[in-house]
Design a protein around this ligand. Structure first.
Ligand code: UDP
Length: 402
């Protein structure tokens, strides 16, 4: 089990001492996180490091999973898309199933904690089914800049019962919410298998195991097969690049348990990449394996993140931490991480030619690409490591239950 002192060499004495100092005021406070999956996607990634660390510093922190069935997750995926701006048919039936699933979970879920932190829309209505004896926080990881209006109006009825809303970017704060809103940037854990240093032999072992040739420069996007991550767009960008530079593209996207659309988007990507699959010019991977993601990011010349919407995009931070230049969409939380022209390039998400040009530039200018990666790692160490996220949560909790 990793504990706080293990981060000493990376973040230094002052940060560790500050965390202990702030945590002391919250000793034994009982905090509960609820989200809808243990695995797949950024939220599970964050909670699996944050919750043990909170416990390590003396908070009594728990994590429960909302157990939805396929119908529920199909509705909440539509809500997820709607919150990021998609249109949807918000029928009475969808609303009813959504709320009923929350009511059912509340019957056998006992909450006597000092603070409840609800992640994303799936467990949002839970608050309606408890006597509210403590502060409730809604932590939304999505891009809320232009939600579907009808859906927002429906969900707002639940949100208004909360004490605090946390979003990942200033742009996602809502003018029509008369409650405390706070920006907390997500973060990565430098010590977990996905991000830790690994020797060359391990990298080669994983590239061999997953049949990924390393004879040509690799371009990689690590992302769920999700329409907002735009895997089809990445394939089109690759087609533009390969006319000028010989390289390979890897699309690595495990399936999240709460995401019923993954298989369909994956099949569409396979269809689009069909003529490149035989010679492994494009490689599509659906396995969930942290060391594979680590090895892939470290083996790549450039990391792509061509999302159409992005709450934050942990994959960008993960790549920068490994000193890789990132060419990414100028949307959502990505510009907070990538400094255009310094640690990578920011491009309009629909400007595939712009993506291709910048990636080709980096492939042809290795020294500059390397320097950009180094600058990126410096930014991540300063702003986007788990210890900083823990400090932000300690401040938040001190403000509401300290
Ligand atoms: N991820 C992974 N394997 C995959 C695809 C994604 O482990 O095949 C991880 C990725 O490394 C990152 C998280 O899932 O830690 C995705 O977080 P991000 O914020 O980028 O996007 P989200 O899925 O939350 O929208």
């Amino acid at each position: 089990m990793i504990n706080l002192e293990d981060y000493l060499d990376i973040v230094g004495d002052e940060t560790i001492s500050l965390i202990h100092k702030k945590a002391r005021k919250l000793l034994d406070r009982h905090v509960l996180h609820i989200n809808s999956t243990y695995q797949g996607g950024g939220v599970a990634e964050i909670l699996s490091s944050l919750v043990p660390l909170m416990n390590d510093v003396g908070i009594d922190a728990g994590w429960r999973i909302f157990p939805g069935n396929p119908d529920f997750f199909s509705i909440t995926k539509k809500f997820h898309n709607g919150l990021q701006g998609d249109s949807l048919d918000l029928t009475e039936m969808k609303k009813k199933l959504y709320v009923q699933a929350n009511e059912r979970f509340s019957v056998y879920t006992h909450i006597d904690h000092d603070c409840v932190i609800i992640h994303d829309p799936q467990p949002l209505p839970l608050i309606n089914f408890f006597k509210k004896r403590q502060p409730w926080v809604w932590r939304c990881h999505l891009d809320l800049s232009s939600p579907n209006e009808k859906l927002w109006k429906f969900l707002k009825k639940f949100i208004l019962r909360y004490d605090t809303v946390i979003v990942s970017n200033e742009k996602f704060k809502k003018g029509d919410l008369p409650l405390h809103q706070k920006v907390i940037y997500p973060a990565i854990d430098p010590l977990v298998p996905k991000n830790m240093e690994i020797p060359e032999e391990t990298i080669s072992k994983y590239m061999k195991k997953y049949n990924i040739p390393v004879d040509k420069p690799l371009l990689t996007q690590v992302s769920r097969f999700d329409k907002w991550k735009n895997p089809g767009g990445v394939i089109e960008i690759f087609e533009l690049i390969r006319r000028k530079v010989d390289c390979r593209l890897v699309l690595c996207g495990s399936m999240a348990a709460d995401d019923p659309e993954g298989m369909r988007i994956y099949e569409q990507a396979c269809q689009k990449a069909k003529r490149y699959l035989r010679d492994k010019e494009i490689i599509l991977i659906t396995s969930e394996n942290s060391l594979l993601v680590n090895a892939l990011q470290r083996s790549s010349s450039v990391i792509i993140q061509a999302s159409l919407r992005e709450g934050f995009g942990l994959t960008v931070t993960e790549a920068l931490f490994k000193e890789k230049p990132v060419v990414a969409s100028d949307v959502g939380g990505i510009p907070v991480q990538v400094e255009d022209g310094k640690s990578g390039f920011l491009v309009d998400p629909l400007d595939y030619k712009g993506f291709a040009e910048r990636i080709i530039y980096l492939l042809r200018n290795e020294k500059e690409a390397r320097e950009m990666g180094q600058r990126g790692q410096k930014t991540v160490k300063e702003k986007f490591l788990m210890t900083r996220l823990l400090l932000d949560y300690l401040d938040l909790l001190a403000g509401i239950i300290g």
